[in-house]
Design a binder for this molecule. Structure first.
Ligand SMILES: NC(=O)c1ccc[n+]([C@@H]2O[C@H](COP(=O)([O-])OP(=O)(O)OC[C@H]3O[C@@H](n4cnc5c(N)ncnc54)[C@H](O)[C@@H]3O)[C@@H](O)[C@H]2O)c1
Length: 331
């Protein structure tokens, strides 16, 4: 950490961003959060953290933020991130996500900020040629959302070459769980992620969980994903900042262990002790059968070791959050 610097966290009122803000502060970093609250929650950001309510489309606002704070590094979480929506409205994704990142990069470079961490995604790999997916697997985005992240990754590559801006592209697999202290968790509208949906069914807020296809080439026919705890992702960001002292890099972040939709529902039944009704529906277009990360590079080069690799432990933290906050942040 460089003394006197502030870290700019875009999307710091959102799910992963808010956990990262907590982790950065626990390690003594000073942060400023910029978020337009389209998905985020003001209550997810502590009141003593400077908060800029604004949109990344506002280039003048970004210039002001960089002028007012000595921004040593940017952690860029803010994006539209619904795969399904991006298949219906591709220009919103390739348009806004790329333009907003470009505004941010321009402001950073102009202000002399030379470190940048991007929230990237497993969707970069579409239907991968092999699994577990390491960083050498061919990139062939599975949606306009994934494409927008890939374009931003490429912009970062050129910002490094031309301006010496060091970057870390962190390709998360399925972010899951909640802060173990019960104060932060997942609260999206609409909610598209499996674990909060399953826990809403356990709470009785949904009548059932729909399984999108049970005829995939997986052991029980349902899709297999790699669930990685949100606090482990936050930890990877802190470690990525250290790496940027010397160089840039790309890292796939997961536990290297896949769980099927049915296994996640079983885990939720075990953890909650409640009944969870399921209905099997048709496949969703574009869902690959299996997405599991190979994170050996993050482990060896970032020194990253997930603290919550166990699915039940992940679900337990998410359940604690849900039980205490059945209506999320309540806004
Ligand atoms: N959650 C996952 O499983 C997952 C997986 C892979 C990648 N990612 C990526 O990680 C990042 C964070 O994901 P998340 O689940 O926390 O999402 P989120 O929607 O909870 O958080 C994103 C935050 O950014 C804010 N935001 C969006 N557009 C903005 C804009 N134009 N200006 C200012 N603020 C804006 C939202 O209000 C929200 O608070 C995203 O970039 C997402 O694409 C997430």
């Amino acid at each position: 950490m460089t003394t006197g610097e502030t870290l700019l966290v875009t999307g710091g009122a959102g799910y992963v961003g808010s956990h990262c803000v907590a982790e950065l502060r626990a390690r003594g970093h000073r942060v400023v959060v910029l978020d337009n609250l389209q998905q985020g929650h003001r209550a997810a950001v502590p009141t003593d953290v400077p908060f800029v309510a604004g949109d990344l489309a506002d280039a003048a606002l970004l210039r002001r933020v960089f002028a007012e704070h000595r921004i040593g590094a940017v952690l860029h979480f803010a994006a539209n991130s619904l795969v399904g929506e991006s298949m219906r409205d591709p220009f919103k994704y390739v348009g806004d996500n790329v333009t907003n990142a470009l505004n941010l990069l321009r402001a950073a470079v102009d202000a002399g900020t030379r470190r940048f961490v991007l929230s990237s995604t497993a969707n970069l790999f579409g239907t991968p040629e092999r699994t577990p997916i390491d960083e050498t697997v061919t990139i062939d985005p599975g949606s306009p959302y994934g494409e927008s992240k890939f374009i931003v990754e490429r912009m970062l590559h050129w910002a490094d070459r031309v301006y010496g801006l060091r970057f870390a592209c962190l390709r998360y697999f399925n972010a899951a769980g909640a802060h173990p202290d019960g104060t932060l968790g997942e609260d999206h509208d609409p909610e598209t992620h499996l674990i909060p949906i399953v826990l809403d069914a356990a709470l009785g807020k949904r009548s059932h969980v729909e399984i999108f296809g049970d005829d995939y080439a997986t052991p029980d026919g349902t899709c297999v994903r790699d669930y990685v705890h949100v606090c482990d992702l936050a930890d990877a960001h802190v470690k990525a900042l250290d790496l940027l002292a010397t160089r840039s890099g790309h890292f796939n972040l997961g536990n290297g262990q896949g769980y099927s939709v049915k296994q996640v529902i079983e885990a939720a039944r075990r953890v909650t002790g409640r009944d969870i009704a399921v209905k099997v529906g048709p496949r969703r277009p574009g869902d690959p059968a299996t997405l599991v990360a190979a994170s050996a590079r993050a482990m060896s080069e970032l020194g990253w070791t997930p603290r919550f690799p166990d699915l039940d432990a992940i679900v337990r933290t998410a359940w604690e959050w849900k039980r205490r906050h059945p209506d999320g942040y309540g806004d």
